[in-house]
Design a protein around this ligand. Structure first.
Ligand SMILES: *[C@@H]1O[C@H](CO)[C@@H](O)[C@H](O)[C@H]1NC(C)=O
Ligand SMILES: *[C@@H]1O[C@H](CO)[C@@H](O)[C@H](O)[C@H]1NC(C)=O
Ligand SMILES: *[C@@H]1O[C@H](CO)[C@@H](O)[C@H](O)[C@H]1NC(C)=O
Length: 507
């Protein structure tokens, strides 16, 4: 055998080396603008591109990718820099056939911070043939890791996009910050006739895949796993009214949805206009198919259907590995129907008058007896008691909730009454009062903000109203106040644990 000629070897090397080993958003944007259609931005493996503004596709067929299309940690990284107000790494809207491949797209939320704005990867608009494959897409600063936006144009819909084999997440955080919810979607898809396939989404805290209408699109073989500590709202959502609620031809098949550890997923697949926390008046509509999906572990409700019409086929979905509702979530803040369904381990729920026809539904579904909405109601397991040190508790009647304990909700009402309500019951029409301060004020103001329950710096638990009056006080110089799920309900304690006062003394 002849030895490989040196020249050939060098040429081959030079070809693979024809990639950018250093770049910024500015240099890449210049290449895209001057290069025109089909410009290829090929980044060398292991390159890190610091972003201080988004990379913007300017012509059809442009591509940004890592040379050789690796699938491991050598994929080039687009990294949003702290200290900028950039939330999008790439803007590929309104250009046909553009491609984003084999990159690590990092919103850098832990260092750059959460910020309202566009999604980390913004694609879609009035286009065809966009392609997003083999990327890591993580730590968006904003509401979503990936967004395929609709065009808003009747004759020029967002269509025919491919989103394949991406590793997505974590996306967002549980809880609320100064600008509102910190949670974020994995994939937010508002595009017709598209395919979302073989993606792995882990740790999305809003919806794993949110389908915004998107008639004719398929969602196949994706795996959606919760964070191990933070709650995810939905696995796959079909609740929003985009495209006027048109989900016709949407297929959701062979996906796996997994809730792990103390992070859990509230709603595996949510279908219809009534199921989410913001019910809207018109039904979503099919015909739509949801089949052969697998649900595992800590999922509150696997599939819930209410607010649908025009056809639905839901078959062969496997709920055999869903955890019993043991201790991974608490339904105290749910409505009574949701609470009973959760406690009775009914993972598949349908309200037939809100499901329309034709309807082909697998036999394990439980029929809801009433038109219940908002199944986004589970919380992490609640504590059996909660304590506050002097100066660390101040709640107004406008906020209302003082503490949520296992089986007990403590609220300060607009009339100044401090009340402990039983939350274990599933009776319609309210919870039983377990205890109440029985002290009232007409100085709370119309929104209740005048009345404030505080455990003050001096160690006194007291209620003051809008006129500046102390309605009642514990008269203590205590170390901590403890709210309990059982008698004596509320206790002010000394540093050594000695009980100084209980709410029972008000009676
Ligand atoms: C759909 O997109 C693919 C590339 O992803 C392209 O090959 C095909 O031509 C597109 N079809 C239409 C009808 O635009
Ligand atoms: C729903 O979308 C499909 C596919 O785009 C379309 O053919 C159908 O007319 C739409 N239905 C309505 C009622 O708009
Ligand atoms: C269920 O209630 C919602 C909200 O009131 C309403 O819009 C919807 O039409 C009701 N569904 C049925 C089947 O009555």
């Amino acid at each position: 055998m002849k030895p490989i000629p040196l020249l050939l070897a060098l040429t081959a090397q030079r070809t693979t080396a024809a990639c950018l080993s250093s770049a910024t958003s500015t240099t890449i944007n210049t290449l895209l603008t001057t290069g025109g259609p089909n410009t290829l931005i090929s980044l060398c493996p292991d390159t890190i591109v610091p972003l201080t503004s988004p990379i913007i596709f300017t012509a059809p067929g442009q591509e940004i990718s890592t040379a050789g299309y690796p699938t491991d940690s050598t994929r080039a990284t687009l990294l949003i820099q702290p200290g900028t107000d950039t939330t999008s790494a790439i803007r590929g809207n309104w250009q046909d056939y553009v491609r984003v491949r084999n990159l690590q797209i990092d919103g850098n939320r832990p260092k750059a911070g959460a910020l309202g704005g566009d999604a980390l990867l913004e694609m879609g608009g009035g286009t065809t043939g966009q392609w997003v494959e083999g990327n890591v897409i993580r730590d968006t600063r904003s509401w979503s890791c990936f967004h395929l936006i609709a065009s808003g144009q009747e004759g020029n819909l967002c269509r025919n996009a491919t989103v394949k084999g991406n590793t997505v997440g974590p996306c967002g955080e549980e809880g609320v910050g100064v600008e509102g919810g910190l949670w974020a979607d994995g994939l937010s898809v508002e595009c017709t006739e598209s395919v979302v396939v073989d993606n792995e989404i882990t740790g999305a805290t809003d919806g794993g895949i949110v389908i915004f209408g998107s008639p004719g699109s398929s969602f196949l073989r994706n795996t959606i796993t919760s964070s191990s500590t933070q709650r995810g709202f939905g696995g796959i959502n079909m609740v929003d009214p985009n495209y006027n609620g048109n989900y016709s031809g949407v297929v959701v098949s062979d996906n796996t949805i997994i809730g792990v550890d103390s992070g859990f997923i509230e709603l595996g697949i949510a279908m219809g206009s009534q199921v989410w926390s913001n019910p809207h008046p018109l039904n979503n509509f099919g015909p739509t198919t949801v089949s052969n999906n697998v649900f595992k572990g800590n999922i509150g409700f696997s599939i819930v259907i209410n607010g649908w019409e025009g056809g639905l086929t839901v078959q062969n979905n496997d709920i055999s590995a869903v955890s019993p509702p043991s201790d991974f979530a608490d339904p105290s803040t749910c409505g009574s129907i949701q609470k009973s369904a959760f406690l009775a381990s009914h993972p598949l729920l349908i309200y037939p008058p809100g499901a329309g026809s034709p309807l082909t539904i697998q036999p394990e579904f439980t029929t809801l007896s009433a038109n219940a909405s908002n199944f986004l109601c589970l919380t992490h397991p609640l504590p059996t008691s909660q304590s506050f040190t002097a100066g660390s508790l101040s709640v107004s009647a406008a906020t209302s909730t003082v503490v949520d304990l296992k089986g007990l909700h403590v609220q300060l009402q607009g009339d100044g009454n401090l009340v402990g309500l039983d939350t274990t019951g599933t009776n319609q029409g309210g919870s039983e009062v377990k205890w109440a301060s029985g002290r009232y004020s007409d100085g709370c103001g119309t929104d209740g903000s005048g009345c404030v329950l505080a455990f003050d710096e001096a160690g006194e638990l007291k209620l003051t109203d809008g006129t500046g009056k102390t309605v009642w006080g514990s008269g203590t110089k205590g170390k901590e106040v403890v709210f309990l799920g059982e008698e004596p309900w509320v206790v002010v304690k000394e540093a050594d644990g000695q009980q100084l006062w209980t709410v029972g003394e008000l009676a």
